[in-house]
Design a protein. Sequence first.
Length: 278
Amino acid sequence: TALANDKVWHMHEAAEQDLLEQQVSLMGELANAIENHELEVHYQPKLDLMTDRIASVEALVRWHHPTRGYLSPDSFIPLAEKNDHIADMTLFVLQRTLRDLAQWHGAGIEVKAAVNISARLLISPAFFDAVGAALQVSDTSASDLIFEVTESATMADPAAALRALEGYRRMGIMISLDDYGTGQSTLTYLKTLPLGELKIDRSFVENAHEDSSDALLVRSTVNLAHALGLQVVAEGIETVECLDFLREVGCDLAQGYFVSRPLPASELLTLCLSNSTS
Ligand code: C2E
Ligand code: CA
Ligand code: CA
Ligand code: CA
């Protein structure tokens, strides 16, 4: 009935209002999260399948909210991207990563680290300058740094993304194309980007050992990456079957819970130390 529909509609409106209020308050709190030391960075290894060594790690931000508990990046990154919080947050992740890299290198661990850069930030000149400044005061060289940029982020403004990536590449930072396969980039555009690495999205990888069309996609992406002179990473490896399949098709690096969960810096160091002597 119309009355019932009306009621449902009002409930719907109330729920939307709640969500909106929750997001607005979360956004305000995010501004203080860095100062309040609520943000942390965890690192997930990318395993070199030729040497069985940890070649690099991906920095993943973590928010321990004082009352809401642990919040997943998927719940606050999209909010942060709507305003300038994403710049502050990413600079925090970058500075923490550079500091941790210096510490690992001091302990004799040769590893690189990747930071995720979202679409809007990628083409920000102010952020570009801030990255240069952060590298200047750090003991870590740009060649130990990787920027992960999603395929869809580059497609938002392809020409601007290309210019920005060329700038970061000149700085010495390696560029990794993240979530590959989920965007709309053409081979022609891909060829123009100054990439060093391609990451095959988890959605293609997770069933590749048992689904023949996913297997074909992963196999041809590995070949495509190699033809373009890129190293290729498969993300979301959760089983030994999946890992074996990726070895078989010649994938260079593997990342996922089966290799390791994202870890705090100190635990990552312990893992690297045991990995380098085993
Ligand atoms: P992403 O860049 O694709 O990162 C990989 C995500 O997959 C991470 O989720 C990681 O913990 C998760 N993952 C790793 N191995 C497995 C696996 O075997 N199975 C499954 N199911 N998941 C796995 P997380 O840490 O929750 O981050 C989610 C997304 O949030 C990231 O996706 C990235 O887009 C974004 N993000 C995280 N940290 C940052 C950051 O510092 N800056 C920006 N701009 N985005 C970030
Ligand atoms: Ca990533
Ligand atoms: Ca990814
Ligand atoms: Ca992803």
